[in-house]
Design a binder for this molecule. Structure first.
Ligand code: PMP
Length: 407
């Protein structure tokens, strides 16, 4: 087992210090959303207590303070993913909005009948449906890249799909349903070789390992603050500057304009061109606080710790007859997705909840993937740095109890 001090980290998360249904809470639903450390809660609270004002247009002290905090947050988050410039980081509500922004803005401008968009069988619905919407409007097609039985993207099949009509390849960096870490740098190289652009859905990546958009060489990168120990309602789209410059606005309104008249409107510079309306100021500040919090943690040790929890799970799973883990243990973050013969995932989820254990059950917004495995859904335990070996033991006690109950 690793020597990472998960207990010390746990103490920073007030929500974890509670009982649920008479048992100490075991929170294993981190891929859905992570919990928030005191530092994040405090940063948001401080903002509303002391600095709240609208940004970028105030002629007063509070507005100046809010603007400075908001723009410093942008710099902090941009630096976190290795962006050359803060102006390449656009605030959005989350990964879903980021992908819709690219699909609608870039896609409507660039895609035409006969063009192809490739996604994979591993994708979250938020990386399928936005492309289907723009495909319906432009005549482009959306096609799935096959995967192997282990849940890895099939690179040979990907090669076979690539041609000059492929204009966009959009895949997740880490699968939320299985935990698969995809070889996104290699996928990007292959896509660029036929002239396609690459969008990466980083929703499940940023909480687990360092991300560098320049090293990945992708064209767009999206992630959500709430999966990264930050607040809900805030996330980021990173884009290559030349692409963002050439793209039309996504939403129209205040902040995103330079001048407005009935003869015609001109648009603001990056990143503001894509940020219509009053932004989630507290959310951005909270997300920057989450990143500052993470800066004090050895993320490599945290990743190792999470993997040790996955290994422990795989080991304990050997003693559970009828348990099938889905996914590749060698290419994974700490996500343990499984089915148990004779027990429906939602029944198991309910029994675990009665014992204070929070997991996610169902299709995880990845219906094509569930269809591929011919299962109605899975039970998913997703580990974060504050989970412990004891949490995993409690999960398996719960699984054994469910097996006894279901005979
Ligand atoms: N992609 C992946 C891989 C995800 O796990 C999620 C969240 N479950 C999303 C996209 C959507 O993120 P959000 O709901 O924060 O927009």
């Amino acid at each position: 087992r690793s020597h990472f001090d998960a207990e010390a980290i746990r103490a920073d998360f007030p929500i974890l210090q509670q009982e649920v249904n008479g048992h100490p809470l075991v929170y294993l639903d981190n891929a859905a959303t992570t919990q928030k450390p005191e530092a994040v809660i405090e940063a948001i609270s401080h903002y509303y207590r002391c600095d709240n004002a609208n940004v970028h247009r105030g002629a007063h002290a509070l507005s100046d303070r809010a603007t400075v905090a908001f723009e410093q947050a942008r710099e902090r988050v941009a630096q976190f993913i290795g962006s050359p410039k803060a102006s390449q980081l656009i605030w959005v509500r989350g990964t879903t909005e980021a992908i819709n922004l690219v699909a609608q803005s870039w896609g409507r401008q660039q895609l035409k009948a006969g063009d192809r968009v490739l996604v994979s069988y591993l994708e979250h619905h938020s990386n399928i449906v936005p492309w289907q919407l723009v495909a319906a409007a432009t005549g482009a097609t959306v096609e799935p890249i096959p995967i192997t039985v282990d849940g890895d993207i099939d690179l040979a099949a990907f090669d076979a799909l690539l041609d000059e009509r492929v204009k966009m390849v959009s895949v997740n960096h880490v699968s939320n349903a299985l935990g698969t870490v995809n070889p996104v740098a290699e996928i990007t190289r292959k896509a660029h070789a036929v002239g396609a652009k690459v969008m990466l859905d980083g929703a499940q990546a940023t909480a687990h390992f360092p991300v560098d958009v320049v090293a990945l060489d992708c064209d767009f990168y999206a992630f959500s603050g709430h999966k990264l120990f930050g607040p809900t309602g805030i996330g980021a789209l990173w884009g290559r500057e030349s692409l963002l410059e050439a793209m039309p606005p996504f939403l129209g309104g205040g902040e995103m304009i330079e001048t407005v008249s009935f003869a015609g409107t001109t648009f603001n510079s990056l990143p503001f061109k894509f940020e219509a309306g009053t932004p989630n100021i507290a959310g951005a500040i909270g997300l920057a606080a989450a990143i500052d919090y993470l800066a004090g943690i050895d993320m490599n040790a945290a990743a190792e710790h999470e993997l040790s929890l996955l290994e422990q799970s795989l080991e304990l799973a050997k003693d559970v007859s009828g348990l099938r883990r889905i996914g590749n243990p060698a290419q994974s973050v700490g996500i343990f997705s499984f089915v148990l013969e004779g027990v429906h995932p939602s029944d198991l989820g309910m029994l675990l909840d009665q014992q204070g254990i929070a997991v996610r059950t169902g299709h995880h917004c990845t219906q094509p993937l569930m269809d591929y495995y011919q299962v109605p859904g899975t039970v998913r335990a997703s580990y974060a740095m504050y989970n412990t070996a004891q949490d995993v033991e409690r999960l398996f006690q719960g699984i054994h109890k469910a097996k006894r109950l279901f005979g």
